[in-house]
Design a binder for this molecule. Structure first.
Ligand SMILES: [Zn+2]
Length: 248
């Protein structure tokens, strides 16, 4: 018997194009078992791409994943035209790691998602030839050094699900913080706490997308710095609490 992680590693390697013989040697699993694992995956083709093969695209989860990708995600070419989608997640927030896995599995359900651990962070990784179809923003270099524009079909999805894009953006490159202030009331100094949301990103284009999505849910924002956005009005914070909430 093999443990679940061995099976996940083997399936990820198959999805990335490694041969059964190579995986068999590397993991010490027979080729018959590997074939069995491959052939008992849920039905549907790995190339069931929503963009070029008319496959289904769950829009709400896609909007969420788009936010995570724009915040802390990247695509890299792996081998044989297979791309790795990586969403970097802070170790401190297991709920966010689980949500990133769920979003990826919802969009690309036929292949395993796995976790690559590094110091202080976990990358949630999925291999697919068609990730660039879903994230045409993919390009060379960091996102803030190139133009990031949404395709028309992506904009339509965000207009339908702006809160999910914001959830992805704020949970990757933002935070909900509790600020406080003091006020003197009837001679007594009182402490008042007020939460606010912050979003930081070096890309002016991604900042613009965040501002646009906030406008779609009717949330006013300020820019205390060129690369930092703040949402502080009480009713605006309450609206974002419905869509985003604290990291967990
Ligand atoms: Zn495609």
């Amino acid at each position: 018997m093999y443990d679940g992680p061995t099976r996940r590693v083997a399936l990820a390697a198959m999805a990335a194009g490694e041969s059964l013989s190579s995986i068999s040697r590397r993991l010490g699993v027979s080729r018959a078992t590997l074939r069995d694992w491959r052939d008992t995956l849920p039905s549907g083709s790995a190339s069931d791409c929503p963009r070029c093969a008319g496959g289904p695209l769950p829009e709400s989860q896609y909007a969420h994943l788009l936010g995570l990708y724009l915040g802390d995600g990247c695509l890299s070419e792996h081998k044989k035209c297979v791309y790795a989608l990586r969403i970097a997640c802070d170790n401190k927030y297991p709920g966010l790691i689980a949500e990133a896995e769920e979003a990826i599995l919802a969009v690309h359900p036929n292949r395993p998602v796995h976790r690559a651990r590094a110091v202080g962070c976990v990358s949630v990784v999925s291999y697919w030839k068609h990730w660039p179809c879903l994230f045409p923003q993919h390009g060379a270099g960091p996102k803030h050094t190139r133009a990031i524009e949404l395709a028309d079909w992506q904009r339509e999805i965000v207009v339908a699900h702006p809160g999910m894009l914001l959830r992805g953006l704020f949970h990757s490159d933002g935070c909900r913080v509790a600020n406080w202030t003091t006020r003197t009331v009837a001679g007594q100094v009182k402490r008042y706490e007020y939460p606010r949301y912050m979003f930081s990103n070096e890309s002016a284009d991604i900042m613009g997308l965040c501002q646009w999505a906030l406008g779609l849910v009717g949330v006013p924002w300020r820019m205390p710095r060129r690369n930092a956005l703040s949402v502080a009005r009480r009713e605006a914070v309450a609206t974002l609490d419905l869509h985003v909430g604290p990291k967990f």
